[in-house]
Design a protein around this ligand. Structure first.
Ligand code: AMP
Length: 217
């Protein structure tokens, strides 16, 4: 079983690394941001509740997100493990996750903390563009698509997430620093936190993460 938390600020590369790790370990990547965005897109009751918080960069209420994650990790495709991306984001979420995992007779193997300095996070988030259909990530300067505004992989429209606009980026980083960052100490105390340098090539960083996971098994 491989139960992993991918941790890091917005823009640290959790989504990109999660995709590689999910393929390597054949376990699902559970991104709370992606699940919430799908709900917003489909205008579900949950999505309607979450949208105003997401658009301003605030956290969606714990009650909504925690229930969503607990249901998800009990699905059959998580039997061999899971990769949490974007959850937990505060101590309360971490406590509920801890209790749930224990009750399931499982344990978190490690918390991979992808560390990137603030200035670089702002640069990455400001230029980030996402495919509306397949979710592939681009960057206006570092990895632009071949044809402007069009996804290389599926040909759909590329857009800028509402919460990747300048003012909201600052709000999200503030929320991260105040509510999410304390989890670094929380997981260090449990001897689960592994710091990974988030600057470098995507594959090089994946390699470092795999090494860390293997040494924690
Ligand atoms: P992300 O794609 O991970 O940056 O998440 C986008 C937005 O979804 C966040 O800014 C929050 O509004 C919301 N969100 C994602 N994960 C959580 C979580 N674990 N708890 C509360 N809100 C979340």
């Amino acid at each position: 079983m491989t139960d992993i938390i991918l941790f890091g600020a917005p823009g640290a590369g959790k989504g990109t690394q999660g995709k590689n790790l999910s393929e390597k370990y054949r376990i699902p990547q559970i991104s709370t941001g992606d699940i919430l965005r799908a709900n917003v897109k489909n205008k579900t009751a949950l999505g309607l509740k979450a949208k105003e918080f997401m658009d301003k960069g605030a956290l969606v209420s714990d009650d909504v997100v925690v229930g969503m994650v607990i249901d998800r990790i009990k699905e059959p495709d998580c039997e061999k493990g899971f990769l949490l991306d974007g959850f937990p984001r505060n101590i309360r979420q971490a406590d509920v996750l801890d209790a749930t995992i224990k009750a399931m007779g499982r344990k978190i193997d490690c918390v991979i903390g992808i560390e990137v300095e603030r200035k670089e996070l702002v640069r990455r988030l400001g230029g980030r563009r996402v495919c509306r259909k397949c979710g592939d990530n681009y960057h206006t300067i570092f990895s632009p698509p071949i044809n402007m505004g069009i996804c290389d992989k599926c040909g759909s429209e590329i857009y800028q997430r509402e919460d990747d606009k300048e003012d909201t980026i600052e709000a999200r980083l503030k929320v991260y620093e105040e509510e999410t960052f304390p989890l670094v100490d929380y997981y260090k105390k449990k001897a689960l936190y592994v710091a990974i340098d988030g600057i470098g090539g995507v594959d090089q960083i994946t390699g470092a993460i795999v090494k860390a996971i293997e040494s924690h098994k």
